[in-house]
Design a protein around this ligand. Structure first.
Ligand SMILES: Nc1ncnc2c1ncn2[C@@H]1O[C@H](COP(=O)(O)OP(=O)(O)O)[C@@H](O)[C@H]1O
Ligand SMILES: [Mg+2]
Length: 267
């Protein structure tokens, strides 16, 4: 099973685009995907024009059944949508015991039947980011071609390290499995600087760099048309890059979870 958080403390670095497009890539391969939006700006459902009637808040706080809170956005994708009330849910859960484990408890028992759980988080260091990382363990960090995006990436990598420090005796349980260069245009001078900075992070923090996603106006237009990139422009070059990424991640995370399963069975 693939469980993955898409995180960067900076906004506008294609977190939501990456979560939604990857979800659809895997859905098209026949995998059942649960997409969880924890950003109070509630961008996932607005990006694809869905109209949820229940939200993350209803599940976490109002006691609604998990299934009642899902919105089907594709044959193989269920969305647990966010709303501004997500902020309130975060406040309420922050007063509870073992708060960083809240998603493990909330979603662990509801993930059966899914092959993939993908979480899109808000661009801030908040409780739900920690909850998402503790639950999915694997984290991908998209990085746009500007310096603030590098700072946001480092903040995310440090958050993962802190969680390991506090909860896992410094073992790399929560893992930033890679940075992902997005909106890449080789003609821009800044691109070289940022790619070098990512290589520096790879060396210092042992976080590899995934193959890049090219900048592509179809991504913006798909969003404006409230469509998946796959439906708006199936031949777009950003989609070509996301498809390649989906394959790499599936191989990497699928194999890792097979190995874990095997280890669990032999114990
Ligand atoms: N590969 C890309 N090429 C061009 N624009 C992109 C690309 N990826 C994302 N964008 C645009 O960048 C903006 C921010 O993306 P979004 O996914 O909302 O970021 P975040 O969730 O990190 O705030 C959106 O307008 C989106 O359409
Ligand atoms: Mg977003």
């Amino acid at each position: 099973m693939i469980r993955l958080t898409i995180s960067n403390q900076r906004g506008g670095v294609a977190k939501t685009t990456t979560a939604v497009t990857l979800a659809r890539c895997w859905a098209d391969e026949g995998l059942k995907v649960l997409l969880i939006d924890t950003d109070p700006q509630a961008s996932v459902h607005s990006l694809i024009g869905a109209k949820p009637s229940q939200f993350l808040f209803d599940f976490l706080v109002n006691g609604y059944a998990f299934k009642e809170c899902l919105t089907r956005i594709h044959d193989n994708i269920d969305l647990l949508a966010s709303s501004r009330d997500t902020n309130r849910a975060e406040d309420i859960i922050s007063t509870q015991m073992a708060r960083e484990h809240a998603f493990i408890h909330a979603f662990g028992q509801n993930e059966t039947g899914y092959d993939v759980v993908l979480i899109d988080v808000a661009p801030s260091i908040g409780l739900f980011q920690a909850c998402a990382m503790m639950y999915t363990r694997d984290v991908v960090v998209p990085v746009g071609m500007e310096m603030l995006s590098i700072q946001g990436a480092l903040a995310s990598i440090n958050s993962a390290d802190s969680l390991n420090h506090f909860f896992h005796k410094d073992k790399k349980v929560v893992q930033t499995i890679g940075t992902l260069p997005v909106m890449v245009d080789r003609r821009m001078q800044m691109t070289t600087t940022i790619m070098e900075a990512l290589d520096g992070i790879a060396n210092r923090h042992n976080v590899p760099v995934f193959p890049l996603i090219r900048t592509d106006s179809s991504v913006v237009k798909a969003g404006r048309h409230r469509q998946f990139l796959q439906d708006y422009d199936p031949k777009s070059r950003a989609l070509e890059d996301y498809r390649a990424l989906a394959q790499i991640l599936r191989k990497k995370l699928g194999e890792a979870s097979d190995a874990n399963q095997l280890a669990a069975e032999t114990i």
